[in-house]
Write a protein that binds this ligand. Structure first.
Ligand code: NAD
Length: 430
């Protein structure tokens, strides 16, 4: 099939590349000229395992073309994916300005029937809004259909998630459009949920809000475990074996971050508010998530005997492992707080340092060697669960730290092993 994907960020680039890999002809469009130049030369502007190889391969084989001009791409294709950002606005609602601008821009170029597919996470009702924008732009009703097809991939495993998707959700009031988009996914799964457009849009928000709820719930259990002497890892294991609960998203720690959960929970609260519904649980999920970062900082202060004048080594800045994405990363609250309280903070992240430098205070120090980062520090703080932090030389860590203290925000290590190696080990509810 012939597809245009508008927006070549984490979602759009993976979508465009994977659809090309499946044999479709795909245009990737972005307003960011530098991004497009990089992509044309076969280099991914984002870090995502497996993406660079697929990008190079499909560029070379001519199935993937990049351009900054949607008006050039859209008339040559039958399906137009919208994968632009929908960031959080000041009041918590989803900001649709990029989506609206994209649609308004390509609308006058439409000369044959297209299916517009919303892959961006958008408030319930946005599909109908896109329809109105198209009509107001003078595009005849029979020349387009609008479909909602939300994305569930996770950064860090986005290509694998796209190619091995557990389910695809397609919502529209146009059955032929639903069938066309279903065909695109047939090589990947038969688990295709065909529904109306409003329900499809809600499925995305409800899914993310539920996952965020699971995280905040286990974090509160962890806080309680700390008080009563239970171990949240054991508790989560015991809970997770119940198939009604499931083991995933039960890792207690410093809370969720990233480009989706924080903004999507707030957007759903806003959607509820506009519908005159008070979404009580979700408001607390957000509050608990904020509090979790503070609880972690309190633990550091308590364990290190204060923050002023202390030196901390931070391992991990990205919001999760395997990504360079710093959006809403817990480190963005924790590192500035420690610095503000008078501590010296030296950070190591295998991939995200460049992005972090743009967002963290100037006083933040960086180190390209994870062991050198520890030299003379009063404690090692674990903020991201990068796999490489698992296979480490604990004797070396102990030797380099001034005090053998680890405050583990990801519950990455086992207390018994840590204590046997001579560390004072503080986790989150373990
Ligand atoms: N990142 C994730 O893990 C993830 C997962 C599922 C869903 N989503 C949703 O997908 C959407 C995109 O997220 P992302 O993380 O890929 O965002 P992103 O910020 O990485 O990428 C968005 C891209 O859109 C481009 N853009 C903006 N306006 C444009 C226009 N008018 N024409 C062409 N390009 C334009 C930007 O330059 C940018 O490259 C959001 O709605 C997000 O909530 C994200």
């Amino acid at each position: 099939m012939k597809i245009t994907v508008i927006g070549t960020g984490y979602v759009g680039l993976v979508t465009a590349t994977c659809f090309a890999e499946l044999g479709n002809s795909v245009y990737g469009v972005d307003v960011d000229q530098a991004k497009i130049e990089k992509l044309k030369s076969g280099e991914s502007p984002i870090y995502e395992p497996g993406l660079n190889d697929l990008l190079k391969k499909n560029l070379k084989e001519g199935r993937l073309v990049f351009t900054i001009n949607a008006k050039e791409a859209v008339p040559k294709t039958d399906i137009v994916y919208l994968a632009v950002g929908t960031p959080q606005d000041e009041d918590g609602s989803a900001d649709l300005q990029y989506l609206v601008a994209a649609v308004k821009y390509f609308a006058p170029a439409i000369d044959h029937r297209i299916v517009i597919v919303n892959k961006s996470t958008v408030p319930v009702g946005t599909g109908n809004y896109v329809k109105r924008i198209m009509l107001e732009a003078g595009v005849k009703e029979e020349l387009f259909a609008v479909v909602s097809n939300p994305e569930f991939l996770r950064e860090g495993s986005a290509v694998a998630d796209f190619m091995n998707t557990e389910r695809v959700v397609i919502g529209s009031d146009d059955n032929s459009a639903i069938e066309l988009i279903s065909k695109l996914y047939e090589p990947l799964t038969h688990n295709i949920i065909k529904t109306d457009i409003l329900s499809s849009e809600m499925i995305k928000y409800a899914s993310n809000a539920f996952l965020a709820t699971k995280i905040s719930f286990i974090n509160e259990i962890a806080n309680l475990c700390d008080k009563v002497g239970a171990n949240v890892r054991e508790v989560a294991y015991g809970m997770g074996l119940d198939s009604r609960i499931g083991e995933k998203f039960l890792n207690a720690g410093i809370g969720y971050g990233g480009s989706c959960f924080p903004k999507d929970t707030l957007a759903l609260i806003d959607i509820a508010k506009k519908a005159e519904y008070d979404f009580k649980i979700l408001k607390e999920v957000v509050n608990v998530n904020k509090l979790q970062r503070k609880i972690y900082c309190d633990k550091i202060a308590f364990a290190a005997g204060g923050l002023k004048g202390k030196k901390f080594a931070v391992w991990g800045l990205a919001f999760k492992d395997n990504t360079d994405d710093m959006r809403e990363a817990p480190s963005l609250d924790i590192v500035p707080f420690l610095i503000k309280e008078g501590a010296e903070v030296k950070c190591y992240d295998p991939i995200a340092e460049e992005n972090a430098r743009r967002l963290l205070p100037e006083k933040t120090l960086y180190c390209s060697d994870m062991y050198a980062c520890l030299d003379g520090a009063d404690a090692l703080l674990i903020l991201t669960d990068w796999k490489e932090f698992k296979q480490v030389n604990f004797e070396e860590i102990k030797k380099r730290l001034k005090t053998p203290l680890i405050v583990d925000g990801r519950n990455f290590y086992k207390r018994k092993e840590m204590e046997e190696t001579g560390f004072r080990y503080i986790g989150m509810g373990i």
